[in-house]
Design a binder for this molecule. Structure first.
Ligand code: BGC
Length: 466
């Protein structure tokens, strides 16, 4: 368990840790927003007289904005740097959060939620991109997953804020407006961090890249800055500057399939139905609204705790083992949820089973697919095309998120609640097969070695360490 911590003590330094924590605040914006809206909506609908359509638009405008954010920031991260893209993202977030808090009608709120989404979509991948490009290989898994830890902490903070503010007048304005704080922290914090060495090399700013690498690696006994700089320069030369259509090149196809496969499966296993609708699912088991809101906090805590386990284990056990084990846990718990909702005896006599299944499900997601998707897409693509390829995977992830959120309740009335969970279980089985066949192990490899491993031939080394 202590691998990540002792390795950070041995080779990391204060600067590395500080800039990774600041960059990960981007994840918090993403998580807080995901978690806050279900609680806020209960009060918005009466205050702003929002009907079903307007409510749906209030929730989903953020997801649509995030899709746009994912697209534009692929360009921005290359053109103006990872660092400045994040400064802008934090600033836009502050405007979006305050705009939401002061909205006087539903259309205004929908507009500001869209703007907030643009910022969230941007932050969602520039954070892992930035962290992966400054981290040494031995601790990269844990450091990049700080971002997922920030996502899950953001969700938990939002659940707690919802809970604490539930009886306060004008509460939804506070719930949405408070998000301006992490937004401001991100924008201001990012002003103090350096550019990533890989982006500097791409801009032909070799000396600055060396300076940053020297500062980041000054306490790492294994570091060889010259060697690292040469490798980055070499990889960057080979890639040249990229265009979007290069993403379709045959050499990149296997990588695009891995990234998009992870992106779509991460959402199609239904994770956000649990995040958005946990209180509804729990209320359906016969709990009062107040106990289901309280139990939802357990879901949030489990998510954070198991993400910490993932941070500690990813660089020790490897990405593949955690991904595969977590996916098996998701299949089993989804089947359990399906069985629970199809048996009235279980519902009468073993109400606790639904909560147990939800907790196993969220823990399994948190140790595997949750962090591994964001980590892998920051690792597998070559530097010249990395930000654009990540932006496409992120776009796929937000689009799938939107689809699942928009269909969960109607799916329930068409194929029943249990049918929906069995469907997610079947998708999770498909995910397992895909991961087993396609996803490589990237633990302990430099980003340049991974790039080499994956592009030597189409028959890339995927199964070596399952
Ligand atoms: C996913 C989000 C999800 C969160 C839950 C993230 O990795 O991308 O859609 O809400 O995990 O922890």
């Amino acid at each position: 368990m202590s691998g990540f911590v002792s390795e950070m003590r041995r080779s990391g330094n204060g600067l590395l840790l500080r800039i990774c924590v600041i960059a990960a605040i981007g994840g918090m914006l993403f998580g807080y927003d995901t978690g806050v809206i279900s609680g806020a909506l209960l009060f918005i609908k009466s205050d702003l007289h929002a009907g079903a359509f307007a409510q749906q638009a209030i929730v989903s405008s953020l997801l649509l904005g995030a899709m746009l954010g994912a697209v534009i920031s692929g360009y921005l991260a290359d053109a103006i740097s990872r660092k400045w893209t994040k400064v802008i993202s934090g600033s836009v977030y502050v405007i979006g959060a305050l705009g939401c808090a002061f909205s006087v009608n539903a259309p205004m709120l929908i507009g500001f939620r869209f703007l907030l989404g643009v910022s969230v979509g941007t932050a969602s991948f520039v954070a892992p991109l930035y962290i992966s490009e400054v981290s040494p290989p031995k601790v990269r898994g844990g450091l990049v997953s700080f971002n997922q830890l920030a996502v899950t902490s953001g969700i938990l903070i939002a659940y707690i804020v919802n809970f604490l503010l539930k009886d306060v007048t004008g509460n939804w304005r506070w719930m949405l407006g408070l998000a301006a704080l992490p937004g401001a922290a991100l924008a201001i914090g990012m002003l103090s961090v350096p550019h990533t060495p890989r982006w500097l090399v791409q801009q032909q700013r070799q000396d600055e890249a060396r300076g940053v690498l020297e500062r980041l690696r000054d306490s790492d006994p294994d570091a060889d800055v010259d060697d690292e700089l040469d490798t980055i320069t070499e990889a960057s030369k080979q890639e040249g500057s990229s265009r979007v259509r290069d993403l379709l090149a045959p050499k990149l196809r296997p990588l695009m399939i891995i990234g998009l496969g992870l992106a779509l499966f991460q959402q199609f296993v239904g994770i956000n139905t649990v995040i958005y609708y946990a209180p509804t699912i729990l209320a359906d088991t016969g709990l009062t609204s107040s106990s289901s809101i309280t139990q939802t906090v357990f879901v949030g805590i489990t998510n954070v705790v198991f993400t910490i386990v993932a941070v500690l284990l990813l660089d020790r056990v490897g990405r593949r083992k955690l991904l595969l084990t977590g996916t098996v846990g998701m299949v089993l718990s989804l089947i359990l949820l399906g069985i629970y909702f199809s048996s009235s005896t279980l519902q009468h006599q073993a109400g606790y089973l639904a909560l147990v299944a939800l907790l196993i499900y969220i823990a399994s997601f948190a140790i595997g697919l949750g962090p591994v998707f964001w980590l892998m897409i920051s690792e597998i693509y070559p530097v010249g095309i990395r930000s654009k390829a990540m932006s496409v995977s992120t776009l796929g992830n937000w689009a799938a998120n939107f689809l699942v959120a928009a269909t969960f309740l109607s799916l329930g009335s068409i194929i029943t609640r249990e049918g929906t969970f069995f469907l997610y279980a079947a998708i999770a089985v498909g995910a397992f097969v895909f991961f087993l066949a396609k996803v490589p192990e990237t633990k302990d490899r430099t980003l340049e070695q991974i790039q080499e491993d994956l592009s030597i031939s189409d028959d890339h080394p995927t199964k070596e360490s399952a």
